[in-house]
Design a protein. Structure first.
Length: 337
C-alpha cells in the first residue's frame, strides 16, 4: 500500500504537497491547482481550488496501481468535507479512530473530525475513482454567512459553525441525481479561465446547496423522501422496459410505484429525469409508438390495435393518435393497406 501524508489544508498547498510526494510537477491556472499522477503510481489527475466564501472544491479523477492511502493529518481544525463518490468505492476514517467507513459508488458522505484530528481516505488499486469533495472552512464560512446560518434550522448548522471542532460528525447516504453529471460539468471551459473559475464556483455552490437539501430529505421516512437518488435510476429504467413489454396491461401510478419500491412523487421525478415525461405521458407515448407499428401490419385492424396497446375507447385512441401524427388511425391504416 502507498501511504501519503498530507500536512496542509488550503487546496493549493494540498496539491503542491501531493505533487512533491508523488515526485511530479504541479500546475496551476490562476487559483486552480492540479497534478497528473506519474505512470509508476497510476493515471489521472487531482485538482483543487479555494474560494473566498470558505468553500473549496477537490476533485480526484484517478486510478492507482496500488491501494493508496491519503492521510490528512495537519495539527489544525480540519474543514468539513462533503465527499461524493461518483465512480468506484473508497473508505474514510477519522485519524483518531482507525474505523473504516465505506463510501460506495454513488454515495455521499458528510464528515467532520473532532478537534485537530484529521481524515484518512483510501483508494483501491486498479479501480477508476471519480470523487468530488466540497471542503468547508468553518471559520471563514461562518464569518461570511453568519446571519444566514443563524436562520438555518438543521443539525448541519451545528456542524458548519463548530469552528473549534468540538464534535465529530458522520453521515452517509445515496447521492441525489444532481451529482450524477457534476464531474463532467466541472470539466467545462478548460481554456476560458474566467468562465472556468466562475463555473467551478457555481458547481461548488450547487453541490453545497444540494447536499444541504438532501440531508433534510435523508431525515424523512423513506416513503416520504422526494429526492431521487442515483441508484434508484436503474429501477426506473427497468420499470420503463416493463411498461414497454406489457403495454396492453393497465398501469396505474400506484401499482407501478409498488413494483419499483418508490413513492409516487419520487417515481414521477424519475420519469421526468430519464424520459422528460410524466408516467402517464410515458405510457401514452409508448402506446402511440406501438400503435404506429401495428397499424402498418395487415393482420391488425384499428380495433385490434386499440386493444393491443391497452386502451378501450376507439374514439380516445383516434383523438390522441391524430394529435401526435396529424392523421386519424383509419386514414393512416389505409396508407399502408
Amino acid at each position: 500500500m502507498v501511504v501519503v501524508q498530507v500536512n496542509s489544508i488550503p487546496l493549493k498547498d494540498v496539491i503542491i504537497g501531493l505533487a512533491k510526494s508523488f515526485n511530479v510537477a504541479y500546475h496551476h491556472d490562476c487559483d486552480e491547482y492540479y497534478l497528473y499522477l506519474p505512470k509508476n503510481l497510476g493515471e489521472g489527475e487531482i485538482r483543487g481550488i479555494n474560494f473566498e466564501n470558505g468553500l473549496a472544491l477537490l476533485i480526484y479523477n484517478v486510478m492507482f496501481k496500488e491501494d493508496t492511502r491519503l492521510e490528512f493529518t495537519l495539527n489544525e481544525i480540519h474543514p468539513v468535507k462533503f465527499i461524493n463518490s461518483l465512480n468506484g468505492p473508497l473508505t474514510h476514517e477519522f485519524a483518531n479512530e482507525g474505523i473504516r467507513h465505506s463510501i460506495d459508488e454513488f454515495r455521499c458522505a458528510i464528515v467532520a473530525s473532532e478537534r485537530k484530528n484529521g481524515h484518512i481516505i483510501e483508494f483501491l488499486k486498479n479501480t477508476k475513482h471519480e470523487v468530488v469533495s466540497v471542503e468547508i472552512d468553518r471559520k471563514t464560512f461562518k464569518k461570511k454567512s453568519g446571519c444566514e446560518l443563524a436562520n438555518y434550522n438543521s443539525k448541519l448548522r451545528d456542524v458548519l459553525t463548530d469552528v473549534k471542532g468540538e464534535k465529530q460528525f458522520l453521515h452517509i447516504e445515496n447521492c441525489g441525481v444532481f451529482f450524477k453529471d457534476v464531474l463532467q460539468e466541472a470539466g467545462n471551459f478548460e481554456k476560458f479561465l474566467l468562465a472556468r473559475k466562475l463555473n467551478l464556483l457555481c458547481i461548488t455552490m450547487q453541490m453545497f446547496i444540494n447536499q444541504l437539501v438532501q440531508f433534510s430529505d435523508d431525515a424523512l421516512d423513506y416513503d416520504k423522501r422526494t429526492i431521487l437518488r442515483i441508484p434508484e435510476l436503474k429501477r426506473i429504467e427497468e420499470l420503463g422496459d416493463f411498461i414497454k413489454e406489457n403495454i396492453a396491461d393497465d398501469h396505474s401510478v400506484k401499482s407501478l410505484s409498488r413494483k419499483a419500491g418508490l413513492n409516487p412523487g419520487k417515481l414521477q421525478n424519475g420519469f421526468q429525469y430519464l424520459f422528460s415525461a410524466s408516467i402517464n405521458e410515458f405510457i401514452t407515448n409508448v402506446r402511440l409508438e406501438r400503435a404506429n407499428v401495428l397499424l402498418k401490419d395487415k393482420e391488425y385492424n384499428v380495433r385490434a390495435v386499440v386493444a393491443a396497446v391497452g386502451l378501450e375507447s376507439s374514439s380516445y385512441f383516434s383523438k390522441i393518435f391524430k394529435k401526435r401524427y396529424g392523421i386519424t388511425p383509419k386514414k393512416f391504416k389505409k396508407i399502408f393497406s
